[in-house]
Design a protein around this ligand. Structure first.
Ligand code: SAM
Ligand code: SF4
Length: 456
């Protein structure tokens, strides 16, 4: 990949897990009542057809990794588990009161923080509490994020018995210097042990998260990490670009300086090298950041054209409604988004008053819905088309959009057809930049300060 292209397109840009992106939500017109209305509408339209998805955020971690951009609370006090689980179940019941039939659960994901901070008994209480008032969809998919340093056989077995068949482990990088810099010392043996245990118990998809662009990371480290990954051959891999977002309050990313980070060019070379090595091992790239073996459901879904992207990243099936429970979780009713308060104390306070603990959100208008569809198409299948009969937004008639797309076409990133665009192989690493051309909210109001991580 040419240095000129990297220099030109490495700008701050959204990762498009939603459209509109969170900084562009219109919070002034948002209300909890409207959010509930859009959710009830979506639930009625889709529950019986495809079911709903649940994301549950479990924020506690025993130790702080200094690269981490997730919402977490560091503590060694396990007495926090029980009140938190009670609060999540209370939130679930507040949602259940809105519906006149039992939710059909198609997908359930436990994210964090560290879900395996919680004891298997408490995780059992949580899942049974959720499922007591719900029905399971056919081919339901339950998954969770495990920390290789504290995932035990009991965790894996308990969750497997509850219906979990997919787990992903945070690996990041195997090199000791990098691990020390990010305050996450985690020997290969721990990952090997957790991966093998999961397989032995019967998990059908084991994933690893690895990251490029970390402090002190060089090409040899990326190679070493992928060679070790090859030994364990996870079914799925997230190969994330390190998102350096030190302005997020309390994320503790200041344990190293900017000078310790690889340059944009080295970062892109790390990605290219990683991609090449992963292809040699048999991994196929899925949209942005993700790789899977041919046998994994994510790959099969991409082949079928049913890949979907939401706040959890890429998923193998689409549901119109996704409810996020727990502190900081985001919910998506397709017609609206909402986010829960980020502080655990605020979360408890609102729930104690029987209030769904949402603090901000966005209700989508007609224009948002059209753009959302195109951005989703681009992120999931690298192409999108518009019909002059249905869409009232003609992207090729919007001078700004057309100008940006034409320039990208000249750079070989995409092909423009009469009513569609297709991203080329060369353009795939720049898909976020291409989505930005469609993002009319961003075009109309460029941020004054840096809101997003760099696209490369
Ligand atoms: C919630 S953690 C995974 C579960 C568990 N807490 C652990 O660390 O093993 C989710 C994943 O997000 C990714 N992640 C967190 N912060 C990131 C950042 N700043 N840039 C890129 N990826 C990040 C990491 O790969 C991490 O494994
Ligand atoms: S990477 Fe995982 S364990 Fe580390 S602080 Fe973030 S959520 Fe916690």
């Amino acid at each position: 990949m040419s240095r000129a292209l990297i220099n030109k397109y490495n700008i701050a840009g959204p990762r498009y897990t939603s459209y509109p992106t969170v900084p562009y939500w219109d919070k002034s017109t948002f209300s909890l009542e409207q959010w509930k209305d859009t959710l009830v509408r979506s639930f009625k339209e889709s529950n019986l057809k495809e079911g709903i998805s649940l994301y549950i955020h479990l924020p506690f971690c025993e130790s702080l990794c200094t690269f981490c951009g997730c919402n977490k609370r560091i503590t060694k006090q396990h007495s926090v588990e029980s009140p938190y689980i009670k609060a999540v179940l209370k939130e679930w019941h507040l949602y259940l009161e809105l519906f006149d039939e039992k939710p059909i659960i198609k997908e359930l994901h436990l994210g964090g923080g560290t879900p395996t901070f919680f004891s298997p008994e408490n995780l059992s209480l949580l899942i049974n509490g959720i499922l007591n008032d719900a029905v399971l969809a056919e081919n339901y998919e339950f998954s969770f994020e495990g920390h290789p340093n504290n995932t035990t056989r009991e965790h894996l077995q308990t969750l497997y018995n509850l219906g979990f068949k997919r787990v992903s482990f945070g690996v990041q990088d195997y090199n000791e210097t990098v691990q020390k810099a990010i305050h996450r010392v985690q020997p290969f043996e721990n990952v090997k042990h957790a991966t093998e245990l999961a397989r032995e118990i019967g998990y059908t998809s084991v994933g690893h998260d690895i990251i490029f662009g970390l402090p002190f990371q060089n090409l040899d480290h990326v190679k070493e990490t992928i060679l070790k990954t090859k030994e364990l051959l996870p079914d799925r891999l997230a190969f994330y670009s390190y998102a350096h977002v030190p302005w997020i309050k309390g994320n503790g990313q200041r344990g190293f300086s900017d000078a310790d980070l690889p340059s944009a060019e080295l970062k892109r070379t790390q990605y290219e090298l990683g991609k090449e090595l992963l292809a040699e091992v048999g991994y196929h790239e899925i949209g942005m950041d993700h790789f899977a073996l041919k046998t994994d459901s994510l790959y099969k879904s991409m082949e079928k054209g049913s890949l979907h992207r939401n706040f959890m990243g890429y998923t193998a099936s689409k549901t119109q409604a996704m409810i996020g429970l727990g502190v900081s979780s985001i919910s998506d009713s397709w017609y609206g988004f909402s986010q829960n308060v980020k502080q655990i104390e605020d979360y408890y306070n609102l729930l104690n008053q029987d209030v769904i603990p949402v603090y901000r959100g966005h209700i989508l208008n007609e224009e948002d819905l059209i753009i959302r569809k195109h951005i989703l198409n681009l992120m999931c299948s690298f192409k999108t088309e518009w019909s002059y009969n249905q869409d009232n937004l003609y992207f090729d008639e919007l001078p700004e959009t057309l100008m940006r797309l034409k320039e990208m076409e000249i750079d070989g990133l995409l092909n423009i057809n009469s009513n569609s665009i297709e991203v080329t192989k060369k353009g795939q690493p720049f898909v976020r930049n291409i989505c930005m051309a469609f993002d009319l909210l961003l075009q109309r109001r460029q941020p004054d300060t840096q809101l997003f991580s760099m696209t490369v």
